[in-house]
Design a protein around this ligand. Structure first.
Ligand code: SF4
Length: 395
């Protein structure tokens, strides 16, 4: 049975103030080395459980910033994975922080055969960059793009954000224009969620400088229109891809999937997560590894798999999960069985604004309703309580 791997590196050289990821400062070489040794042990533990079963379809390196480790450490990690699993032909992808990319890293990416990479860009406006604690000049991004292309990266993604402090329509528009000049194959345009009560590092961001709801909506709309006009196909609700990209192709052919990493054209039913906080997905189970790197190390070095939280997925969970995935990926889903009075009541604010239609038991989101896909899909999640503010905070 084919499966995919996700490998989490929870470290970054510089911590951005807006970031909600499980990551910490990569300022101590010993800390990184010790984490990688633990990861090596976890890989051996998981491989022993599999006993040679299965073939790895894809390996995704995420974080944090996988390039917080050295290129040599990365080569050892990849060697470990290839030795432990049947993974020689696995397609590789990596998330990269352009601020810590260097010539040896470009070489490592080339020799590993990585064809898919994602650059954290967020904004190209210097004032906005300073306001979110992520300073990275345009030239640095341009060098990264050129060198990654030379190294063989065929599908390059930019992560961008709207809803950032001091970001108006002009700043977002300029970032999108400069981005499209560099011709990434994919662009993810996320709305920044300011929740400093949940993510204390966001306290460094000036909440008074954030766009209001109306401006956020205008930014989402501007981003969509500009990218579509620039010949990017909309994928799901916040991703865009050039028509030749496998993700755009998957969206056109109804093969788009969504897992905890986001939209994907990976069709593997099983995803094994390795590393602190990594999530594994099976049709009947979702499991998350211990989040804390210290406790993760203690468990793994005692020979125990570090899974900390698990949720068994009933038949009903799987059915609803498929509907939620279809709404997010395709903007439509068959919902006739779930349309009781309560569900109609929950959908009412979206139905009356034309953001959703239901005909013959099939729910559909028109193009202009796709940015509400996440909140509409969540209405079908039986474990999630409806909140009064959900509609207004959806963008
Ligand atoms: S580089 Fe990425 S993962 Fe690291 S702190 Fe910044 S946003 Fe978060």
């Amino acid at each position: 049975m084919p499966f995919s791997l996700y490998v989490h590196i929870p470290y970054c050289h510089e911590i951005c103030w807006y970031c909600g990821c499980n990551t910490g400062a990569a300022n101590k070489a010993q800390r990184l080395q010790s984490y990688l040794e633990t990861l090596h042990t976890e890989i051996a533990l998981v491989a022993a459980r599999l006993g040679g079963r299965g073939r790895v379809r894809r390996i995704a390196f995420g974080g944090g910033s996988p390039n917080a480790i050295s290129p040599d450490q990365f080569a050892v990690l990849l060697g470990d994975l290839r030795a432990a699993f049947e993974a020689d032909n696995a397609q590789l992808s990596i998330e990269l922080d352009p601020r810590s990319l260097s010539e040896p890293w470009f070489e490592a990416i080339g020799s590993a055969g990585i064809r898919r990479a994602s650059l954290g860009v967020q904004t190209l406006d210097p004032k906005v960059q300073r306001a979110i604690g992520r300073w990275q000049p345009l030239d640095l991004i341009k060098v990264a793009v050129t060198e990654l292309r030379k190294a063989g990266v065929e599908s390059l993604n930019f992560d961008l954000m709207y809803g950032l402090p001091y970001q108006g329509l002009a700043e977002l528009s300029a970032t999108l224009a400069k981005t499209m000049e560099m011709r990434p194959d994919r662009i993810a345009l996320f709305g920044y969620a300011h929740v400093p009560h949940l993510i204390p590092r966001q306290n460094r961001i000036d909440g008074g400088a954030l766009p209001n709801a109306a401006l956020r909506f205008a930014q989402a709309e501007l981003g969509h229109n500009k990218l579509v006009h620039g010949r990017y196909d909309p994928v799901g609700f916040d991703h865009y891809a050039r028509p030749h990209d496998p993700m755009a192709l998957a969206a056109r052919q109804g093969r788009l999937r969504r897992n905890f990493q986001g939209f994907t054209d990976d069709r593997a039913e099983v995803l094994l997560g390795l590393g602190a906080s990594a999530i594994s997905q099976f049709p009947e189970l979702i499991v998350q590894n211990e989040k804390n790197a210290g406790r993760y190390r203690v468990r793994v070095s005692s020979g125990i798999l570090p899974a900390e939280h698990g949720i068994a997925r009933t038949q009903e969970d799987q059915r609803r999960g498929r509907i939620i995935e279809q709404i997010l990926c395709d903007g439509e889903a068959p919902v006739a069985d779930l349309l009781d009075q309560d569900m109609r009541h929950r959908l009412h604010p979206f139905l009356e604004r034309g953001l959703v239609t239901i005909e013959y038991g099939r729910l559909r989101l028109p193009d202009y309703g796709r940015c509400y896909a996440r909140v509409i899909a969540s209405l079908f999640d039986q474990y999630r309580q409806p909140e009064a503010r959900r509609f207004s905070s959806a963008i």
